[in-house]
Design a binder for this molecule. Structure first.
Ligand code: A3D
Length: 320
C-alpha cells in the first residue's frame, strides 16, 4: 500500500517543523508548498538529508506549484503571516483572508479528498473561510488550537503539581484568542478534577486562576520572548497529533475548531469544541454540558468568533 501523502501549505516556521515531525514519525511522504520559491525546496532537502541518521522512510519534496499536492490525504495549512510583538491574532485577518482564498481554491482543485487542518490565525475565522473557499465537506476541514491551548494548560499544571504531564488532562474550549475558555472542572490529574485538587490543598484558587490566565496569554508570552514571530514547535506538534488521529483512525478525543451545528446550542459555525477525530475526519462533536459560569465564558468567546466571521464577510462579500 502506498504511503499517505501529507501536503503542508506554508513552509515557514510551523511548516518546516511539521515536515520534520511527520518524517520522524513516518506518517507519510511530505510535500512542502509555499509562494516563496526556494524555501519549501530547501527545507525539504535539508529534512531529507536528516533521514539517513534518523532512519526514517519518507520522501520530502518542496514546490510552488499546487499541482504537486495532487491526491494529498492530509493538508495542513500555515500559509499567511504570523504575529509580531504588539499585534493581536485579529490584526492578521485582512491579509490572511486573501491567503485562505488561494489556498482553499488550490486544495479544492488538487486535493479535494484531503483532511484539512488549518493553523493560520485568527484561527476560528480562517478555518471557516478556508472551508467556504474550498467547498470541502465540513467534517474534513478543521482548525488546530484547542490541542495547543490544552497542552499549554497541561504543561503549567504539571509543573505546578510536580507530576508527569502524562497524567494531566485538560480542556480548553471556545475561540483561539483572549476569550478562550480553559475548563477547570473538566481538567484532571489522573481523573481528579482541578477544583477537588484545590480542596485537597495541592494548589490554591489564586494559583489556579493565574495558570488559567497564563494559558490564555500563552501565545503572547512566546511572541514577547521571540520578538520575530510566534510559537512553532508546540503548534506543529499539536497539528501532527490531529493528523495522526485521522491517518491511523485513532478516534482521539481532541479539542479543535470544528463545524458545530446543533451541539452546545450552536448553529452552523466553527469554534473550539471537544471532538472525536478518526478516518471520517471530525466524526463527532462532544456535546458537553457547561455550568452557568462556563457557559457565559463560552458564549462570550463564541460572540468574538462571530464578530471575526462578520468582518471576513465585510472584507470579501463573496463569502456572503
Ligand atoms: P511563517 O514562518 O511566517 O510562515 C508562513 C509562511 O506562509 C511563509 O513561508 C510565507 O511565505 C507563506 N505564505 C504566505 N502567503 C502564502 C500563500 N498565499 N500561499 C502559500 N504560502 C504563503 O509563520 P508561522 O509558520 O510561524 O505561522 C503560520 C501561521 O500560523 C500564522 O498565521 C500564525 O499566526 C499561525 N499560528 C497559529 C497558532 C494556533 O494555535 C492556531 C499558533 C501559532 C501560529
Amino acid at each position: 500500500m502506498a504511503r499517505p501523502k501529507i501536503a503542508l501549505i506554508g513552509s515557514g516556521q510551523i511548516g518546516g517543523t511539521l515536515a520534520h515531525l511527520a518524517a520522524m514519525k513516518e506518517l507519510g511522504d511530505v510535500v512542502l508548498f509555499d509562494i516563496a520559491d526556494g524555501i519549501p525546496q530547501g527545507k525539504a532537502l535539508d529534512i531529507a538529508e536528516s533521514g539517513p541518521s534518523e532512519g526514517f522512510d519518507a520522501t520530502m519534496s518542496g514546490t510552488t506549484d499546487y499541482a504537486d499536492i495532487a491526491g494529498a490525504d492530509v493538508c495542513i495549512v500555515t500559509a499567511g503571516v504570523a504575529r509580531k510583538p504588539g499585534m493581536s491574532r485579529d490584526d492578521l485577518l485582512g491579509i490572511n483572508l486573501k491567503v485562505m482564498k488561494s489556498v482553499g481554491e488550490g486544495i479544492a482543485k488538487h486535493a479535494p479528498n484531503a483532511f484539512v487542518i488549518c493553523i493560520t490565525n485568527p484561527l476560528d475565522a480562517m478555518v471557516w473561510a478556508l472551508r467556504e473557499f474550498s467547498g470541502l465537506p465540513h467534517e474534513k476541514v478543521c482548525g488546530m488550537a484547542g490541542v495547543l491551548d490544552s497542552a499549554r494548560f497541561r504543561h503549567f499544571l504539571a509543573s505546578e503539581f510536580d507530576v508527569s504531564m502524562k497524567d494531566v488532562t485538560a480542556f480548553v474550549l471556545g475561540g483561539h484568542g483572549d476569550t478562550m475558555v480553559p475548563l477547570a472542572r473538566y481538567s484532571t490529574v489522573a481523573g481528579i478534577p482541578l477544583p477537588d485538587l484545590v480542596k485537597m490543598g495541592w494548589t490554591t484558587q489564586e494559583k489556579l486562576d493565574a495558570i488559567i490566565q497564563r494559558t490564555r496569554d500563552g501565545g503572547a508570552e512566546i511572541v514577547g520572548l521571540l520578538k520575530t514571530g510566534s510559537a512553532f514547535y508546540a503548534p506543529a506538534t499539536s497539528a501532527i497529533e490531529m493528523a495522526e488521529a485521522y491517518l491511523k483512525d485513532q478516534k482521539r478525543v481532541l479539542p479543535c475548531a470544528a463545524y458545530v451545528d446543533g451541539a452546545l446550542g450552536l448553529e452552523g459555525m466553527y469554534v473550539g469544541v471537544p471532538t472525536v477525530i478518526g478516518a471520517g475526519g471530525i466524526e463527532r462533536v462532544v456535546d458537553i454540558k457547561m455550568n452557568k459560569e462556563e457557559q457565559a465564558m463560552f458564549d462570550n468567546s463564541v460572540d468574538a468568533v462571530k464578530g471575526l466571521v462578520k468582518a471576513c464577510k465585510e472584507i470579501d462579500p463573496s463569502l456572503g
